[in-house]
Design a protein around this ligand. Structure first.
Ligand SMILES: *Cc1c(COP(=O)(O)O)cnc(C)c1O
Length: 440
């Protein structure tokens, strides 16, 4: 029997039952469609992904893994989770995939505790230089539970300073080296990181939350052949539902002698799985896992490679157009989907720039730049990225136009007439690239 599933009817129900939440969702649909989304970590999922997320698998408890659950009635959620795992493995040429982490942060927590214990040393990229909160910020679990040492980028080039990475690793002997970032626009040399990790006996973890989709599309080097473990989100360039995932490239017995109850040395995948559940999570979000499977299917299609190439082309073009308008891009360009603008030559803070662009219909986030002298609440930069606008179908011509908008607004940030004028041009541009027409 076919399930009676009618999204239109569901919206009507929500409207009747909770008009306030209904209204907030409708307003959000309009905000997403009528503004230029340049937040580098955001994207627009397909209607198929939305549909998979908004269904009855949210009702199901499925602690454990497919075929080994602690609850009955898991036969159909097992199908969805197996599809997600198999497709993830295929996308990244991985030996093993755990698709249960609720978020990227949780994936990192689970991966760290698979190989390190409280107080151990973890080496990650400095947040101010582009790293993520979970790579050792003192306000995050990572900085509170572990002894953190941080590497950064070179002041001259804006590229990761591999000599500094090596010197620090040799001196501090970290248990885990974390590579990957949230605001770093250059490819990472995973092979060089692995050589350093091997030299000091560290586990190498790549956090590909940002470039995951571009790596899946084969456009950036994969960390899988070089790293012991790889964590990611599923909702950034990978364009899936909000969530996390942990991958293992070449599965092998761990070097810490962690044993199974039967006395066998555990493989890395076994350690990861038991740290996700029961280590850190209870029931997996089965509706989100189903939606991950859908997104992975989409990412395996040839169109996704075309999309991802366009994301990169758009970012390179936007960076170039901005540099021609006297904006300073950290490292003078990008290899991927994002860039960091250092606004110090404009005598403008990141906070002010984010605010005034928002009023002109352009959504970005303020961001620390390397060697920033402002606080994280003010900052000297903004981070921008192209995954979301590329999903709408925008191309290089639009990037040029958008660089012009940003230039106009930021060069005269207190001019209300300009803000108003750009806002109306942004609105017109957005109408040419409709988003979710069926949902409005
Ligand atoms: C976004 C991001 C995360 C965290 O993902 P959440 O799902 O927001 O918890 C982790 N690491 C990096 C590098 C990220 O950019």
């Amino acid at each position: 029997m076919q399930a009676n599933y009618n999204p239109g009817e569901k919206v009507e129900n929500l409207k009747q039952i909770d008009p306030e939440v209904y209204q907030s969702i409708n307003d959000e649909i309009l905000r997403q469609s009528d503004k230029l989304e340049l937040i580098a970590s955001e994207n627009f999922v397909s209607v198929a992904v939305l549909e998979a997320m908004g269904q009855v698998m949210t009702n199901k408890y499925a602690e454990g893994y497919p075929g080994k659950r602690y609850y009955g009635g898991c036969v159909f959620v097992d199908v969805a989770e197996d599809l997600a795992r198999e497709r993830a493995k295929q996308l990244f040429a991985a030996d093993h995939a755990n698709v249960q982490p609720h978020s990227g942060s949780q994936a990192n927590m689970e991966a760290y505790f698979s190989f390190a214990k409280f107080g151990d040393t973890i080496m990650g990229m400095n947040l101010d230089h582009g790293g993520h909160l979970t790579h050792g910020s003192p306000v995050n679990f990572s900085g509170r539970f572990f002894n953190i040492i941080s590497y950064g980028v070179s002041r001259q080039t804006g590229y990761i300073d591999m000599n500094e990475v090596e010197d620090l690793a040799v001196k501090e002997k970290p248990r885990i080296i974390v590579t990957g970032a949230s605001a770093y626009s250059r490819e990472i040399d995973y092979k060089a990181f692995r050589e350093i990790a091997d030299k000091v006996g560290a586990i190498l973890l790549a956090d590909i939350a940002h470039p995951a989709g571009l790596i899946a599309a084969g456009l950036l080097d994969s960390p899988l052949p070089h790293c012991h473990v790889v964590t990611t989100t599923t909702h950034k360039t990978l364009r899936g539902p909000r969530g996390g995932m942990i991958l293992v490239g070449k599965d092998m017995e761990n070097d810490m002698g962690q044993k199974t109850p039967k006395g066998k040395i555990k493989k890395i995948s076994q350690i990861i799985d038991s740290n996700v559940f029961p280590g850190f999570q209870g029931g997996p979000l089965m509706h989100v896992i189903a939606a991950k499977a859908v997104a992975f299917k989409e990412a395996l299609e040839p169109e996704f490679k075309v999309y991802s190439q366009n994301v990169i082309n758009n970012a390179k073009r936007l960076a170039q157009e901005l540099m021609e308008r006297d904006f300073q891009i950290v490292s003078k360009g990008t290899d991927m989907h994002l860039m960091l603008i250092d606004l110090r030559n404009k005598e403008l803070t990141g906070k002010k720039a984010e605010n005034v662009l928002e009023r002109a219909g352009i959504t970005v986030n303020k961001n620390m730049v390397p060697f920033d002298d402002q606080s994280p609440f003010i900052t000297s930069g903004i981070r921008i990225g192209t995954p979301a606008l590329t999903t709408r179908g925008m191309g290089e011509d639009q990037m040029k136009e958008i660089a012009g908008f940003i230039n106009k607004v930021l060069n005269d940030p207190d001019n209300e007439t300009i803000i108003e004028q750009v806002r109306s041009e942004v609105y017109d541009l957005c109408q040419q690239f409709p988003l979710y027409p069926a949902l409005k």
